[in-house]
Design a protein around this ligand. Structure first.
Ligand SMILES: [Zn+2]
Ligand SMILES: [Zn+2]
Length: 749
């Protein structure tokens, strides 16, 4: 397996346990080796027609005189035919070989015959061929051999045993020096070269081949079914070597905290070629599963898929980065997502929701966008570990319900940084046999996101604060921008970080292959720091600093400054921005509207209760009570909406109170406790006025009264129920829902 520049990454033994490089017709035989070999074995090689008649006559005479085979008289041609036939050295076989040697001459040019010989000759032990011998004995490619080394290799094929490690090398030295002397005599080398060559040690033992990108190598070897061939990869062997060290070093520190495994994938983001593939902290770390391939292993995605939902939502006109999203306690049946810090902002912009990786807005967004289309998107781009249906995953899909691999993530983020066109990544050079990469499941050239949605998503991710020393990165002028996202899976089992620039794509995973959780695991802290170590190491091209704004794919729209939706007449502040051109237009600002009030702003009035000219229209921002409640908790006081004229007989009053759990017509599963009792269901409500009491009723049965924190827990029978709340002012809200009793504890999604 070769690196991008042709350097060796890894060599496997062939099926006969030999070190044997596959034939390579492109390869030039180095001149020194050629001269040394022909001088030693077959000095008339370029002049004879496959056999050397004079030598044969001499050999036959000698053989008859001594009644045994003592003289070779073999040309290179004859030796090639002998290597191919593996027959004993008898006179009959020799005659057959003479015939075949001449035939070889007819079919192959001289250089080719020489190459076949050198590629297949034995060089001692299980070392076959000159290239292997050059690396194993001298740790260098054949082009760099010295005269001494070339001469050593030249004498070996006819006496490969003399290099065996237990034998002293005096015979080998004698043979080499004799050959060097011949080369001197024939003026191939000069006196000085001869003298220094004779002084060189003949051999130092054998060297090991490099052992880089072992996980990738095993992977590709399996795919090529052990066929003897060169696999020319796109791996940068220097980067590979350094990053293998970097992961190992990073994990040394984490190991003391009980975190044992890590993996990195680095892709040249311009062309999608994989440059480094680090499958684990150490292939030889057998105690901690070092042979597991962390690049290919499926793991819980945590939040790392969120940017794709935001980009899809942008294309469907659901939001732009400035749009506010609802962030309040949210219940879908028995499922209730929570933000990592268990707080709620009431409202948060899409931009901030993604930067802070808030769970509640993301789950609400998935609900709005649809689980099925998001699931289809993941399938389409080739996420291969989606074993369940979209319904079975449900809304937790966006919080890490599904499993992805680093390789999947690299494809996903590569597509996001290529204007929404998702293509397979390459690790085999395209001029080579492309069979391996052709097996990739992704065949789409279709644009799945608009260029503008991709760009705006990357712009959001670019703002993410960097961990550790990089935190204040933006203060440094010469820092290179990068869009990056982290993820931490449920129960702190996996830490993810992916970063993209126009030039590079880096994907990092840290965790335990065993799936063991660890409280020290967190995306930014555990994986993000390593991501920036990698990014700092990689070379940067100032020309490709950041992505080009796709103005051709955008249009100017006028939005409400406060809410980030299309401005209406009721929105006091407008601004014009560039947004994706979408089929479904972005919705109008849902929160600003015009109300009719008395001239002193005291009361809202309607046509039924206003008197003469004593009213006017004003614009207000009005949020649902749940949102307003959490905005207030955060110290954001929205406009005070005047209450409706109390004398109006037609208006029931303003809504300042709301049941937020359960939803209307919710279907709720109640599991049993360990001791067999039904678990309680907890109802929640909010009230805008902090001091007002709420009275609770379930099916007209009084449950209790709450103050400030409005939650009530109770048990309920199977069937339909109605929950009703009433406040001290007589304001009411009610929700109907259905209870289903689960017979055992197995229900857990
Ligand atoms: Zn507005
Ligand atoms: Zn009225």
């Amino acid at each position: 397996m070769l690196a991008e520049d042709g350097e060796i990454l890894r060599v496997f033994l062939n099926s006969q346990e030999q070190w044997y490089f596959p034939p390579d017709p492109e390869k030039q035989i180095p001149l020194k080796l050629q001269k040394a070999l022909l001088t030693y074995e077959d000095r008339h090689f370029y002049r004879h027609f496959g056999v050397n008649p004079g030598a044969i006559v001499r050999a036959i005479k000698q053989n008859i005189d001594h009644h045994k085979i003592i003289s070779g008289a073999s040309t290179i041609n004859m030796q090639v035919t002998r290597m191919m036939r593996h027959k004993p050295r008898t006179l009959v076989n020799k005659i057959i070989e003479i015939g075949l040697a001449v035939r070889l001459e007819v079919y192959y040019p001289k250089d080719e015959i020489l190459r076949i010989y050198l590629e297949n000759a034995p060089f001692g032990g299980n070392i076959i061929g000159y290239q292997t011998a050059s690396y194993k004995y001298f740790n260098k490619p054949p082009e760099q051999l010295t005269w001494s080394e070339a001469a050593t290799l030249a004498v070996l094929p006819n006496a490969p045993g003399i290099i065996a490690p237990q034998i002293d090398h005096s015979r080998l030295i004698a043979k080499r020096n004799m050959l060097l002397k011949q080369l001197l005599t024939e003026s191939v080398i000069d006196e000085e070269t001869y003298t220094t060559a004779c002084l060189e040690t003949v051999i130092e033992g054998t060297y090991d081949f490099p052992f880089l990108a072992p996980h990738l190598a095993e992977n590709l070897k399996r795919k090529t079914a052990g066929e003897s061939e060169f696999i020319h990869t796109t791996i940068d062997n220097q980067a590979q070597e350094y990053l293998e060290y970097l992961v190992q070093d990073h994990l040394k520190f984490l190991k003391s905290q009980g975190i044992k495994n890590g993996a990195i994938l680095v892709v040249d983001n311009k062309n999608g070629e994989i440059r480094a593939y680090v499958g684990s902290q150490d292939f030889f770390d057998s105690v901690n599963g070092g042979q597991v391939d962390g690049v290919a292993a499926p793991r819980s995605s945590g939040s790392i898929l969120k940017p794709f939902l935001y980009a899809l939502a942008m294309d469907h006109g659901l939001l732009i980065p400035q749009s506010v999203l609802v962030d309040i306690p949210t219940y879908y049946g028995s499922y209730s997502p929570a933000n990592a810090n268990n707080t709620y902002d009431g409202l948060v912009t899409a931009n901030d929701a993604l930067i802070r990786s808030l769970n509640v807005p993301a789950v609400r967004l998935l609900k709005e966008y649809g689980i099925a289309p998001f699931y289809q998107f993941l399938k389409k781009v080739g996420v291969s570990h989606l074993y369940m249906s979209a319904d079975e995953y449900g809304l937790p899909l966006i919080l890490g319900g599904a499993e992805v691999s680093l390789a999947d993530l690299a494809v996903l983020y590569h597509g996001l940084s290529h204007g929404g066109i998702f293509t397979p990544l390459n690790v085999i050079q395209s001029d080579n046999d492309n069979e391996v990469s052709a097996k990739s499941p992704i065949h789409t050239q279709e644009r799945l996101f608009s260029e503008s949605a991709c760009y705006l998503t990357l712009e959001i991710l670019r703002e993410l604060k960097r961990p550790g020393a990089e935190y204040y990165w933006h203060q440094y002028q010469n820092q290179w921008p990068i869009a990056w996202k982290t993820g931490t899976s449920y129960g702190q089992r996996d830490a993810w970080a992916v970063g993209v620039s126009p030039q590079w794509l880096i994907a990092v995973w840290i965790g335990n292959f065993t799936g063991e959780p660890n409280t020290n695991l967190a995306g930014a802290k555990s994986a993000g720091t390593l991501l920036f170590d990698v990014y700092n190491y990689l070379p940067k091209d100032a020309e490709k600093c950041w992505f080009e704004t796709p103005y051709w794919d955008m249009e100017e729209i006028e939005i409400c400054t406060e809410t980030g939706y299309i401005a209406s007449e009721a929105c006091p502040h407008h601004k014009t921005i560039y947004a994706p051109i979408t089929k479904n237009p972005l919705k109008r600002c849902p929160y600003h509207h015009s109300i009719c009030v008395t001239l002193d702003n005291e009361y809202q009035v309607c046509s039924r209760c206003w008197e003469g000219e004593g009213h006017k229209n004003i614009n207000v921002i009005e949020y649902p009570p749940g949102v307003a409640y959490y905005l207030q908790l955060r110290g954001n006081y929205p406009d005070r909406i005047p209450s409706h004229n109390p004398d109006c007989q037609y208006f029931a009053g303003n809504k300042s109170m709301e049941i937020i759990y359960p939803d209307q017509d919710a279907y709720i599963w109640i599991p049993r406790d360990y001791d067999g009792n039904y678990q309680k269901i907890t109802f929640k409500a909010v009230h805008l006025h902090p001091d007002i009491k709420i009275y609770w009723y379930l099916d007209d049965l009084f449950l209790g009264v709450t103050e400030k924190h409005h939650t009530v827990a109770c048990t309920a029978e199977k069937g339909w129920h109605e929950l009703q709340i009433v406040d001290a002012d007589g304001q009411r809200d009610q929700k109907k829902f259905y209870i289903e009793i689960k017979s055992n504890l197995s229900y857990q999604k």
